[in-house]
Write a protein that binds this ligand. Structure first.
Ligand code: MN
Length: 319
């Protein structure tokens, strides 16, 4: 499988991970005489991380740090799987970690310009800007998040209905040579986008009956049925005056409780959702967090408790 000269770029299979791979492949080819190949990596591959990609030269972008990676770039705060791996990292001409970056591509571009004298093409600047918006969910409005029609948003939604696991490798190739518009116009991208848009419409339609209660701008829902399609921002699309949504959703092995602030109608109180979730064995950030109770009944109970706690926080006068 491995050939002596080729460095393989392993990238996280989402929009910013794909752009990161296209950017790194181009920068390595143009400035370092590399002839890179690429393939996506997913969270299942973290087991046996030590022997990951044991017999080849490789790079990793938008995914966990690996000490044998010849090139590595990431922005995730959770990138180091062990304290030993954290200790093995220090920034270098080939490695860079910046958890303050909203997505991975901008840090690779800045690095390639500074260390390798890479001349960033305009199309990569555009892709990096959209990566920041998509990865950090910084959409201007809930309408843009749900129905946004810009090429980057069409591509990102098309990924939710990918025809095969290897499809993203082909798109990374297209992103390395063409701009977002040309990628979004591909017939395979458009076909997946159309399918994804139908899924979205179904999910929006299915959401209101899942609402358990809405009080004082807090919404609690139960989307635990496997027959229900999910759209991340459906609660705020249907109920824009909501400050917090708390819901139960299925996972591969059980159920997940998630809670989040409405990015387009932020709450007037300072509740840290991650800290709140820690009491139920979960975690997260200030604005969004989750927990995995052991069964559905418990997940529903936790969702109700968290919803009620958020409701009390919103209705208690701040002192
Ligand atoms: Mn990513």
């Amino acid at each position: 499988m491995s050939s002596s000269g080729t460095v393989r770029i392993h990238y996280h299979r989402d929009f910013d991970g794909m752009v990161a791979a296209a950017v790194l492949a181009t920068a390595l080819r143009d400035t370092r005489g590399e002839t890179p190949a690429w393939s996506s990596v997913n969270y299942d591959q973290r087991s046996n991380w030590e022997s990951f990609s044991a017999h080849e030269r490789f790079a990793i972008v938008d995914f966990h740090f690996h000490p044998r990676a010849e090139y590595w770039f990431d922005h995730h705060p959770t990138t180091f799987l062990t304290p030993e791996l954290r200790a093995a990292y220090s920034p270098s001409e080939r490695w860079q970690w910046d958890e303050s970056s909203p997505s991975c591509p901008p840090l690779i571009l800045a690095h390639a310009e500074r260390h390798w004298s890479f001349a960033t093409p305009e199309r990569f600047r555009e892709m990096a800007e959209w990566s920041n918006m998509i990865d950090a969910a910084r959409y201007k409005s809930v309408d843009q998040a749900v129905f946004g029609d810009a090429p980057a948003l069409r591509i990102a939604r098309a990924l939710t209905a990918a025809p095969s696991p290897g499809w993203t490798d082909e798109l990374v190739g297209a992103m390395s040579t063409g701009d977002l518009d040309s990628v979004a116009r591909r017939s395979d991208v458009d076909k997946s986008f159309q399918r994804a848009a139908r899924n979205r419409d179904k999910a929006l339609q299915q959401f209101p009956p899942c609402v358990e209660w809405r009080r004082d701008k807090v919404l609690v829902y139960d989307a635990s049925s496997s027959n229900i399609r999910r759209e991340r921002f459906a609660p705020f699309y249907h109920y824009p005056d909501t400050h917090y949504a708390v819901g139960v959703i299925p996972t591969r092995s059980g159920f997940h409780v998630m809670a989040g602030e409405n990015p387009w109608n932020p709450p007037p109180v300072q509740v840290h959702i991650g800290t709140l979730m820690e009491r139920f064995g979960g975690g997260g950030h200030k604005a969004v967090g989750g927990a995995n109770p052991h069964d559905l009944q418990e997940a529903r109970r936790v969702a109700m408790l968290i919803g009620e706690e958020l409701r009390v926080a919103l209705t208690t006068p701040q002192g």
